[in-house]
Design a protein around this ligand. Structure first.
Ligand SMILES: Nc1ncnc2c1ncn2[C@@H]1O[C@H](COP(=O)(O)OP(=O)(O)O)[C@@H](O)[C@H]1O
Ligand SMILES: [Mg+2]
Length: 346
């Protein structure tokens, strides 16, 4: 049986139907990431699980118990927010031990747990400091430490990295990942950032407008998106999406499987760009719109008959804006969608 189960969870605020029937089973020890555009209901869903907000309907089961009506404090969950919500006048040690003190845990046990969590989070030397004497990344680690000492059944993270600058975000993401590997704790992590989702998750839940679009491992979502939304949300830059009628010689490579009103999806690494106008039918003619040289990767933006495409190659390019090119696609990595955007079996 699943460790945490969401059964047809719905949430309305007045007339606004925000969470529209979510079913999900989470296994013990899994790192689950909820990802989706801003406003799709990720935080709301997390707050329903945390018990910070009552559900409108549906049931929540945790470790065999129905927790739908249980008060937040009794659910055995710990939440880490984007704003660290630390007590500014308390030391790191006091911030981390606060919940245990409230719960009446013996002093030496608190000391032991805080020391252990501080060690895991590289905070040992900062235990006597107050939050304002710490960097953003250290503060976020204190917030995580405060959750760890409680040894909750499930960790809930709501965009914990979005207040950090890019470099720190990368480092802290790696730390959270390592921590998860070390603790093996069940975690639900909310983010709008698909890179965080792809790198952290055992399984990713893609949400849109309060509905789950797809659940799968990062590579399942990348290789087999069930619809256009998931196909274009996962992956950077986004999958190229070409209407079937826009570039006939591309569509003809699907051996008649692409409906005339459908869409052909191809990831940037599935396009090859050759300098000069194509000869002998090797690709379709296009023109370079923009080059983005990232060092290890080069993104080549191309216009093919008014259709914008992005190709990614892991070599540098002598091409320049305005150059004529031939664009070829790798027929083994095509994605086909019907006019509603549903994926067709490849
Ligand atoms: N307490 C509330 N009252 C009314 N509307 C709310 C409330 N909380 C969230 N919403 C609405 O629910 C939608 C989803 O919000 P949220 O879950 O915060 O999205 P996300 O975290 O995915 O960006 C938004 O349209 C938001 O305005
Ligand atoms: Mg949110």
């Amino acid at each position: 049986m699943a460790y945490l189960e969401l059964k047809n969870i719905q949430k309305s605020f007045g007339d606004a139907h925000i969470i529209r029937g979510v079913n999900l089973e989470i296994q013990k020890g899994e790192f689950i990431v909820f990802v989706g555009p801003s406003g799709c209901g990720k935080s709301t869903l997390l707050r329903l699980i945390a018990g910070l907000e009552p559900t409108t309907s549906g049931r929540l089961m945790l470790d065999g118990k129905d927790i739908t009506q249980l008060a937040s404090g009794k659910r055995d969950l710990a939440m880490v927010f984007q704003s660290y919500a630390l007590y500014p006048h308390m030391s790191v040690a006091d911030n981390m031990s606060f919940a245990l003190k409230l719960a009446g845990v013996p002093k030496d046990e608190i000391r032991r747990k805080v020391a252990h969590a501080a060690e895991q989070l590289n905070l040992t030397q900062y235990l006597a400091r107050t939050p304002k004497e710490l960097s953003g990344g250290q503060r976020q680690r204190v917030a995580i430490g405060r959750a760890i000492v409680r040894a909750p059944k499930v960790f809930l993270f709501d965009e914990p990295l979005s207040n950090l600058d890019a470099a720190l975000r990368g480092n802290t993401r790696v730390e959270i990942h390592k921590l998860h590997v070390a603790l093996g704790a069940t975690s639900i992590y909310v983010t709008h950032d698909q890179v965080e989702a792809m790198t952290l998750a055992d399984r990713v839940v893609v949400l849109k407008d309060g509905v789950i679009e797809q659940v799968g491992t990062p590579m399942e979502l990348y290789d087999h998106p069930v619809n256009r939304f998931v196909a274009q949300f996962i992956g950077m830059p986004s999958m190229n999406m070409v209407p079937a009628s826009a570039i006939p010689s591309f569509s003809s490579q699907t051996r008649g499987r692409l409906p005339t009103d459908g869409f052909l999806g191809v990831r940037p690494e599935g396009l090859q760009v050759h300098p000069g106008r194509p000869r002998d039918g090797a690709g379709v003619p296009g023109r370079v719109d923009l080059i983005e040289a990232l060092g290890a990767d080069t993104l080549i933006h191309i216009d093919v008959d008014g259709v914008p495409l992005i190709a990614r190659q892991n070599e540098r390019t002598p091409l320049r804006i305005g150059d004529d090119v031939g664009v070829e696609l790798d027929p083994s990595v095509l994605h086909l969608f019907d006019r509603e955007g549903q994926a067709l079996a490849a």
